[in-house]
Design a protein around this ligand. Structure first.
Ligand code: SF4
Length: 641
């Protein structure tokens, strides 16, 4: 039955006193945008497939919310997963999933935009669609159903979700969302079949319409090739980027309840040039583009006025690599010294982190300091291309403790290719050595928290050919660490191996895995990213019912010339470059930060024109001259370097 917003509101008034944290479900926060539903041509629901507390901190959706609402003819509203208590009540009381702003059910929107930054959200995405009254499979939707699109880092291998999504944004969404809305509006005015909309969308740079492509498999189960079935569809589907980062958003919605990050997020830089071989984000977000210090300061000023937040997060994949990081921190401290503003600068690199930067930060945050050596032996760090010496790390730790920080968080990964138990034992030794330095300086107050996650080989990285560790291997490594690190002052956090297994299977899955996702959801899988809800038995049953073996996706070593399910998605970092880098890792050879020497990863030949149109320092890739542009067809990857 279709309910009106008024009826939904009435049902909510009766239901909300019976659930935990009702503030998740009310909307009405400062800076939400509520437009006149009947006067706006296109309605977009931006959906995060987890609870409000997490979804409200999703920066990508906040950007899209502002961009869409700036258009007079469109509106964007928000929806999140209800927690299990609320979901049970919604099903019992027949309340469809609705938007927080106007309380319209999801199936009354024109476009549903789902953020999928990681794989363990997939079953929640199906749950959201069902709760919103939208057919789960793209092929089952009619002209009257919303267009269901998705984007986010998880979609750099979109195949496991291909059956549920009408279109997928590959890359950055700021410009493309406007093109999708305009294409949708033109189609709607013409009153033509839905297929025409899908075909038109597939012609947009960065849009992948899975139903317009066909995958073929070999007898051994690996992919043979992918073909497009609509001749104008893009092939390959090249990642979309914005040439210049648009001004940061400042009119952020201020929640009534505590969320994961209660702060002003300002993206200072996008992309990373370090080339860590395990890091998908570093590969798929190239090229590096920076914002100016002045633009960042102005954004913080405005956002404080608009929101009253007392913390700013200066975000990027590697914040201490921002060219003017010291000037930025000093300028923020000086400009806002009269106000209560704390600065968080996540993702600091040990080797680009200076004593001056520590001094600039020391009056602004006190809680803890995070460093991510990722591995503890120089051999492993050469394999993963994160060369930093233990002495450098210990020196940095000494400087941190000396400036009054008590707890240093150290992030490591186990399961890297070629890793031995000795490499794992070295993680424990290094943690102990850091703690010892702290104790020398500040005594028993010194603490170390070791966060040890498990490496998952991700698409579009030099390690995409590597097998993931087996359950037994991970278990043995974790047990070793637990034994070694049972020491006062040291805390160890780790991932459950079964959760790693699922993420590993989904991240390198092919189209057949969509059936597994659907089966698992039917069997009750949801909130797979939540330890207390995750049930690996359900997933094993789902794989079995679909006649697939999860080990095929997780532990199988790939041949170097294997065609991967995501090969038709062009991250612009070429496969040839990834192969070279994979081979270098096997020889223990590193590559330096490519800001100092371009290695011709493939980004520049793809974006030559954009680079030319944006000369100067904001892009960290080398400038391209008109001469190179004229001969573009002939530029080989080596020449660009
Ligand atoms: S084109 Fe060169 S400088 Fe730019 S990201 Fe690739 S390797 Fe780095």
């Amino acid at each position: 039955m279709a309910y009106t917003p008024k009826e939904i509101q009435e049902k909510l008034e009766r239901a909300l006193p019976r659930v935990q944290r009702p503030g998740r479900y009310t909307g009405g926060e400062l800076n939400q945008v509520v437009k006149d539903w009947d006067k706006v041509e296109t309605k977009v629901a931006l959906v995060f497939p987890d609870i409000y507390d997490l979804g409200m901190s999703n920066y990508g959706l906040a950007i899209l919310y502002e961009i869409i609402n700036q258009r007079e003819d469109s509106l964007a509203e928000r929806a999140y997963c209800p927690w299990t208590d609320m979901e049970a009540l919604m099903r019992e009381e027949d309340i469809p999933l609705y938007s927080l702003e106007s309380k319209h059910p999801l199936n009354q929107f024109d476009i549903i935009g789902i953020s999928l930054p990681y794989e363990t959200l997939y079953t929640n995405a199906l749950n959201l669609l069902e709760l919103g009254g939208i057919p789960l499979f793209s092929g089952e939707r009619s002209e009257d159903d919303p267009l269901v699109i998705a984007g986010g880092h998880g979609m750099m291998n979109p195949e496991p979700m291909h059956a549920f999504l009408d279109a997928i944004v590959i890359g950055e969404g700021e410009e493309i969302i406007l093109e999708i809305i305009s294409t949708y509006q033109a189609w709607k005015r013409e009153d033509k079949p839905r297929q025409l909309l899908l075909e038109r969308l597939s012609e947009i740079w960065g849009v992948y319409v899975p139903s317009l492509y066909q995958a073929y498999y070999k007898e051994d189960g690996t992919l043979s090739h992918v073909e497009k079935v609509y001749k104008e569809a893009k092939f390959p589907i090249t990642k979309r980027i914005v040439a210049k980062l648009p001004p940061p958003i400042t009119k952020l919605i201020v929640p009534y309840i505590d969320i994961v990050h209660n702060r002003i997020p300002v993206e200072i830089m996008r992309g990373c040039t370090r080339g860590c071989r395990f890091c998908q984000a570093g590969m798929i977000t190239r090229p590096v583009r920076e914002r100016s210090v002045d633009e960042i300061l102005a954004a913080i000023e405005k956002a404080i006025e608009e929101t009253g937040f007392e913390e700013v997060g200066l975000l990027s994949l590697s914040s201490s690599d921002y060219t003017q990081v010291l000037e930025l921190i000093q300028a923020v401290s000086a400009r806002f010294q009269d106000r209560t503003l704390s600065i968080s600068l996540p993702s600091l690199r040990i080797e680009s982190f200076s004593v001056e930067l520590m001094d600039a930060l020391k009056d602004t945050r006190r809680s803890g300091f995070t460093l991510a050596p990722e591995a503890a032996t120089e051999r492993m760090r050469e394999i993963i291309n994160k060369p930093v010496s233990n002495e450098q790390l210990l020196e940095t730790a000494r400087e941190i403790y000396a400036r009054g920080w008590i707890n240093i968080k150290l992030y490591f990964m186990i399961g890297h290719p070629e890793e031995t138990l000795e490499d794992v034992r070295a993680i424990a030794d290094l943690c102990k050595a850091v703690l010892k330095e702290g104790e020398k300086l500040i005594g028993r107050k010194a603490k170390v928290t070791a966060g040890v996650s498990t490496f998952i080989p991700k698409p579009h990285t030099p390690f995409q050919w590597s097998p993931c560790d087996t359950f037994d291997q991970i278990h043995a490594k974790q047990e070793l660490l637990k034994q070694e690190l049972r020491i006062p002052g040291l805390k160890l956090n780790w991932n459950e191996p079964k959760e790693t297994m699922l993420e590993a299977a989904l991240s390198r899955g092919d189209r057949r895995v969509s059936k597994v996702i659907h089966t698992a959801w039917r069997l009750g899988a949801k909130f797979d990213a939540w330890h207390e809800h995750f049930d690996y038995d359900i997933w094993q049953e789902a794989f079995a019912q679909c006649g697939l073996d999860p080990d095929f996706y997780t532990h199988r070593p790939r041949l170097i010339d294997e065609t991967f399910p995501w090969d038709h998605i062009d991250s612009t970092v070429r496969k040839k470059f990834l192969i070279e880098d994979y081979m270098l890792s096997k020889q223990g050879e590193t590559r330096i930060d490519c800001r100092h020497r371009c290695f011709a990863c493939g980004v520049l030949p793809t974006f030559t024109k954009l680079r030319m149109e944006n000369p100067g320092e904001a892009w960290q890739c080398p400038e391209v001259t008109p001469h190179e542009e004229r001969g573009k067809a002939k530029i080989s990857s080596e020449e660009v370097g």
